[in-house]
Write a protein that binds this ligand. Structure first.
Ligand code: F6P
Length: 328
């Protein structure tokens, strides 16, 4: 049995994602319910190093469940990568009397928590918050569902122009190293082709598919390209390549960018965040540490952080097949 936990710090780290506020709210309210103190740590690990703390009670998180972004702000912190930076952070936590923390973020943020736990034997618990859905140990990360709905809505609008002008659109979506957003939103929006980093189809196949599309009577096309895709260097080069080899196409590019990270979270993300926050606090109080809360088969599970950060989640092969069939 480790030390008794009376005060928990909570922070968001790395890229923001819709639903992070719902997760903060859940951690804070669970602490209040269980009668322990909760402290908000602002700007992720940077704020931890600087002692940027604020006590949070149940009423501090009123009316945030529906808001995108994160009330605690977020940052990607270089200083925390150094032993000196982590020492400063530990001193600040001890000074504030914080006994454990919950980090809401992605792989990079969990890696930091793991090292911190090893160095100071400090209890840590992770909640996966990233639109990329790329964390092992959870079928869904907080923010993914909202992001794919945002992308589908944007593509529906782009399709209006594509079909009115008989155009081909390359739409670039986020997903640094993975194609989950591209594949799911692509199937949901009825894209003609989906280019993802997990599958290098090659430029020839893309041209063949576009030719087939034209021949089969389609007058407009949407090709979704994950930002991490490797077949062309970027969407603009893909546009040039297709214009050169298939001049019949009138091609445009749309890069959706950070709009995918914003907006009110969907109900799915709010519920997921609420469930994960409760599980994170309860697990810490049960003496567990160094885990990430995840969801699988609709059950909350704990995965050691060391496992969760090892690799990205696999792409859904069945969905790739569905996409191939739908683009006939
Ligand atoms: O990891 C989430 C993510 O949105 C990626 O999809 C994207 O590549 C990256 O963050 C962008 O990061 P930043 O906002 O720091 O440019």
């Amino acid at each position: 049995m480790g030390l008794e936990i009376k005060k928990i710090g909570v922070f968001t780290s790395g890229g923001d994602s819709p639903g992070m506020n719902a997760a903060i709210r859940s951690v804070v309210r669970t602490c209040a319910y269980l009668k322990i103190e909760c402290v908000g740590i602002y700007r992720g690990y940077q704020g931890m190093i600087e002692g940027d703390f604020k006590p949070l009670d149940a009423r501090s998180v009123n009316n945030i469940i529906n808001k995108g972004g994160t009330i605690l702000k977020s940052a990607r912190c270089e200083e925390f990568r150094t032993a000196e930076g982590r020492k400063k952070a530990h001193e600040q936590l001890v000074k504030e009397g914080i006994d454990a923390f919950v980090v809401i973020g992605g792989n990079g943020s969990f890696g930091g928590a793991l090292v911190f736990n090893e160095e100071f034997n400090f209890p840590v618990m992770g909640i996966p918050g990233t639109i990329d859905n790329d964390i092992l140990g959870s079928t869904y990360t907080i923010g993914f569902d909202t992001a794919i709905n945002t992308v589908v809505e944007a593509i529906d609008k782009i399709r209006d122009t594509a079909s009115s002008h008989n155009r081909l659109f390359f739409v670039e979506v986020m997903g640094r190293d993975v194609g989950h957003i591209a594949l799911n939103a692509g199937v949901g929006a009825g894209a003609e082709e989906i280019l993802i980093p997990e599958q290098n189809l090659g430029l020839e196949r893309l041209l063949d598919s576009l030719k087939r599309s034209k021949k089969s009577g389609k007058s407009s096309s949407i090709v979704i390209v994950a930002e991490g895709d490797r077949i062309g260097k970027n969407v603009f080069e893909l546009k040039e390549y297709v214009e050169e080899h298939l001049p019949i196409y009138d091609v445009r590019v749309s890069v959706l960018g950070h709009m995918q990270r914003g907006g009110n979270p969907t109900c799915f993300d709010r519920v997921l965040a609420s469930r994960m926050g409760v599980k994170a606090v309860e697990s810490l109080l049960e003496g567990k540490s160094n885990y990430m809360v995840g969801i699988r088969d609709n059950n909350l599970i704990l995965t050691p952080i060391s496992e969760a950060i090892k690799a990205h989640t696999d792409i859904d092969k069945e969905l790739i097949r569905v996409s191939d069939i739908m683009t006939t």
